[in-house]
Write a protein that binds this ligand. Structure first.
Ligand code: ATP
Ligand code: MG
Length: 271
């Protein structure tokens, strides 16, 4: 063993590429490169931000990283193991260790079943708890995300946007994952509720040593949550590094425009 063996990042993305077949001219199919050979590392316990304008390939990247979307080429190494090359059976071991929270996590709940049963479902699916122990584990988790025991038997339409996100986070964390993809987790929420959810995620992260990939078009949010980040532009990772560097010395026009968007309110106020 060498020193390097201890330095394997939790997640290493290498030359990851996604090509969609789209309808081109004269009804012919054409290749559309949604994600173009991107590479980045995320160390254990770190939150890496992925920033970019709408359509730049953020969600596609997040889904490939979780093997929810098949990569066209390249690799995603989780603890050094390439999950893009795995069959579904081998992937099963990793599924419970990697989870996703997206913008409207409520939409992923079945409207006709109690939210509690759905949060607990993964414990049953992965055989992680005896059937009669699941309810208590879910109630614990509801408490951790700031929800109440009485919410267990309710249905998703009975909750506000912020509460739905808390429920989505509870569902993502119930299997005690090591890695979380957050795809615009607060984009649909009021500013004050956004802050609550982000602080909740930060608390849960330090409690559970979570590693996170935070997808956002909002650099202010990334500044609040991340040490390192990358900027996607039309599928290419045009720069990456520490968030401080991105903010203070942006190297590309696209990063500069994202920085300007963050500074706008302050600039407007000083006029
Ligand atoms: N299934 C698909 N078939 C064809 N093109 C797709 C498909 N899914 C995504 N795309 C295209 O790939 C590009 C990247 O999409 P993606 O959803 O990753 O962007 P994004 O950065 O998450 O955008 P947003 O900020 O709006 O969520 C877009 O141009 C989109 O139209
Ligand atoms: Mg997206």
């Amino acid at each position: 063993m060498t020193i390097d063996d201890f330095a394997v990042p939790l997640l290493a993305v290498r030359d990851l590429r996604k090509i969609y077949q789209v309808r081109g001219e004269k009804r012919k199919t054409a290749d559309f490169v949604a994600v173009d050979s991107i590479s980045f590392d995320i160390d254990k316990g770190e939150t890496f931000g992925l920033i970019g304008e709408s359509g730049s390939g953020k969600t596609t990247t997040g889904r490939m990283v979780l093997a929810l979307e098949k990569a066209s080429s390249g690799s995603v190494l989780f603890e050094g193991n390439d999950i893009t090359a795995m069959n579904e059976l081998d992937m099963r071991r990793y599924r419970k260790r990697m989870q996703i929270v997206f913008q409207d996590s409520g939409s992923a709940f079945n409207p006709r079943r109690s939210v509690g049963a759905q949060i607990g479902f993964a414990l049953q699916r992965f055989g992680m708890a005896p059937k009669d122990g699941i309810r208590d584990l879910v109630l614990d988790m509801l408490g951790r995300v700031g929800m109440e025991a009485s919410h267990y038997d309710r249905y998703i339409h009975e909750f506000s946007g912020g509460q739905r996100q808390r429920l989505g986070i509870a569902r993502a964390l119930i299997t005690n994952p090591d890695f979380l993809v957050l795809d615009e987790p607060t984009a649909a929420l009021d500013v004050s509720v956004q802050a609550q959810i982000l602080n909740l995620l930060k608390d849960l992260q330090s409690e559970r040593e979570l590693t996170m990939l935070l997808i956002s078009h909002n650099l202010a949010l990334v500044e609040h949550m991340c040490d390192n980040a990358g900027v996607l532009d039309h599928g290419s990772l045009v720069e990456s590094g520490s968030v401080d560097d991105l903010l203070t010395a942006p190297r590309t026009a696209i990063t500069r425009s994202l920085v300007d968007a963050v500074l706008e309110p302050a600039t407007a106020a000083s006029r």
